[in-house]
Design a protein around this ligand. Structure first.
Ligand SMILES: [Zn+2]
Length: 273
């Protein structure tokens, strides 16, 4: 294990640089892909534009949505998915202020590309928040198996946002837990924040929003930091892996934070009332 780690510093440690993540995915791609069956479990149809840019297909997208409990799918504001050409993060980018560029020579590094992004809009028919997921083409230099893992993880992360964001910003958003208790969504999200902030950032990516030991309220934009950490925790819960600094947690994502896992599960299985 030590040998593997000594090769990682050839990539920058910047949270927007996927280099270290790609390196780890490559070493474990068969194990991860074993768990990413292609069978469609959901039957949900969501409009998909420009699929040629995607490393996952329609049936895999439906499978990934099917990993979410029906109560979570019912709360998602996702309206469409769009494939887009490759976008890199410019040298001046920070996670809170990413600056996109199409030119790899202006990028933080050749592996600092965006896998996915979500656009939001108010639903004109209600007070809800709708979303469009953009999946950006992953450079051809990346191993095809790894490209698939990156888009699968990116899609589940963005789909999680399509559920979290309406709860985080919506008014009168109440959730009925499986126990029958009805809570304000804000209360449940604050519970997640209070538990998660006692621990290391959930992933390498989310460490760009909250550093170790930092409280959410002390981050530049607390709601965005909570949204990102919860999206990463949900993706880890549903996919069974996370790229984080602590090697012991990559396939055992909640071993040191079972309370966080319980709250993630409570959030996913709750019904909007
Ligand atoms: Zn995100």
């Amino acid at each position: 294990m030590k040998d593997r780690d000594t090769r990682e510093p050839s990539y920058t440690d910047h949270p927007l640089d996927m280099g270290q993540t790609i390196h780890w995915y490559l070493t474990v791609s068969d194990k991860i892909l074993d768990g990413l069956a292609e069978t469609d479990r959901s039957g949900f149809v969501i409009p998909l534009e420009n699929p040629r840019h995607l490393s996952i297909d329609k049936s895999q997208i439906r499978y990934l949505i099917g990993l979410f409990p029906p109560s979570a799918i019912a709360r998602s504001g996702l309206r469409s998915i769009k494939g887009e050409p490759t976008i890199y993060f410019d040298k001046a980018s920070t996670p809170g202020e990413p600056k996109p560029t199409e030119n790899v020579s202006e990028a933080l590094s050749p592996t600092a590309f965006a896998p996915s992004y979500t656009d939001y809009q108010k639903d004109p028919r209600s007070s809800g928040i709708e979303s469009v997921i953009h999946l950006f083409e992953i450079p051809a230099e990346v191993d095809p198996k790894v490209r698939r893992i990156i888009h699968a993880q990116g899609f589940v992360h963005e789909y999680a946002h399509s559920i979290i964001t309406p709860a985080l910003y919506g008014k009168d958003y109440r959730l009925k837990l499986t126990s029958g208790e009805v809570v304000e969504a804000e209360e449940l999200l604050q519970r997640f924040a209070g538990e998660q902030e006692k621990h290391t950032p959930f992933s390498h990516y989310s460490s760009g929003y909250r550093s170790s030991g930092q409280k959410f309220e002390d981050t530049a934009r607390p709601k965005i930091s909570v949204n990102e950490e919860l999206a990463e925790a949900i993706a880890a819960e549903l996919l069974g892996f996370v790229y984080c600094r602590e090697e012991a947690r990559r396939f055992n994502q909640f071993y040191d934070r079972p309370d966080v896992r319980q709250t993630v599960r409570d959030f996913l299985s709750a019904e909007k009332v």
